[in-house]
Design a protein around this ligand. Structure first.
Ligand code: BT5
Length: 254
């Protein structure tokens, strides 16, 4: 029987059959003063959200669709790194609970076999120069067959059951994710972001690759050389090094 071993994350659980978006519900709970570590889980999202008003396919009982409320003592500028933190933790969880080795595409995609397995959406509420709360929304495709994805996602998306070749327990995946998130978050509170950034670099599919970048109204190509202390992607172009704090990156085929 599965048992949650965390102390803080996932001790308060709001569970729903169907929500528009777990991030929306988590933001409402956070604004109403819920404890740090509160999670919101839904079996299905009717309006699951990606970044920039994009959608997230969230079919009933086929994935782990959840959000976590954190109240970290970080600066607002540290918020983008919380996405990297979550990606590192979820990669660990997937390796441990499903035996699947995945890679991270900057900033928020976890890929297997070049296709998206997990999406992460971090949203922050800050006042003055302090974070009020951060909501990290995580969508993990678990038991979704290749033919179950809508046609437009078939060449882009994959699931743990496809990767592992067998169905998996969604509860096991959720518990492992909460445990790894608590561990990585605790480590970051103690030691700062350097260990997370290093683990992110080791798990990265983006570094060292030729990339096309679209972000902040710009569009350019280059080679992704590193991430900086803010978690921004550094891309070497013909004319210099560009710093990308938010945007979309596509990796050129090798
Ligand atoms: C993301 O955005 O990848 C963030 C996804 C976050 C989803 C979680 S689920 C729990 C929480 N509640 C929410 O409402 N959201 C969070 P982005 O990088 O913008 O990627 C979005 C793109 O991924 C879409 O435009 C599709 O191309 C693709 N996509 C949509 N659903 C997918 C799925 N289930 N699996 C793989 N790719 C998908």
């Amino acid at each position: 029987e599965a048992r949650l071993t965390t102390r803080r994350l996932g001790r308060a659980v709001a569970y729903f059959r169907r929500l528009e978006s777990t991030n929306n519900e988590a933001k409402a709970l956070a604004a109403a003063g819920c404890p740090e570590g509160q999670i919101v889980v839904a079996e299905e999202q009717s309006v699951g959200r990606g970044r920039l008003a994009r959608g997230w396919f969230s079919p009933f009982a086929r994935g782990v669709w959840f959000s976590i409320v954190l109240r970290p003592p970080f600066n607002p500028q540290d918020a983008p790194k919380c996405t990297l933190l979550a990606a590192v933790a979820v990669c660990r969880a997937i390796r441990r609970a499903a035996g699947v080795d995945c890679g991270i595409k900057w900033p928020n995609d976890i890929l297997f076999d070049g296709k998206k397995l997990v999406g992460i959406l971090t949203e922050m509420s800050a006042e003055m120069d302090a974070i009020n709360h951060i909501v990290i929304g995580i969508g993990i495709n678990v038991n979704i067959g290749a033919d179950d994805f809508p046609p437009e996602l078939r060449s882009l998306a994959t699931s743990l059951s496809i990767a592992a070749g067998r169905p998996l327990s969604r509860l096991d995946i959720l518990l492992a994710a909460l445990e790894e998130l608590e561990q990585v978050y605790g480590q970051t509170l103690d030691q700062g972001f350097a260990p997370v950034l290093d683990e992110w670099r080791r798990g990265s599919l983006t570094l060292g690759r030729a990339v096309d970048v679209i972000g902040s109204g710009r569009r350019f190509s280059g080679v992704a050389v590193d991430i900086d202390a803010d978690g921004a992607l550094l891309v070497r172009t013909d004319t210099g090094t560009e710093r990308v704090l938010a945007g979309d990156v596509s990796i050129r085929p090798a």
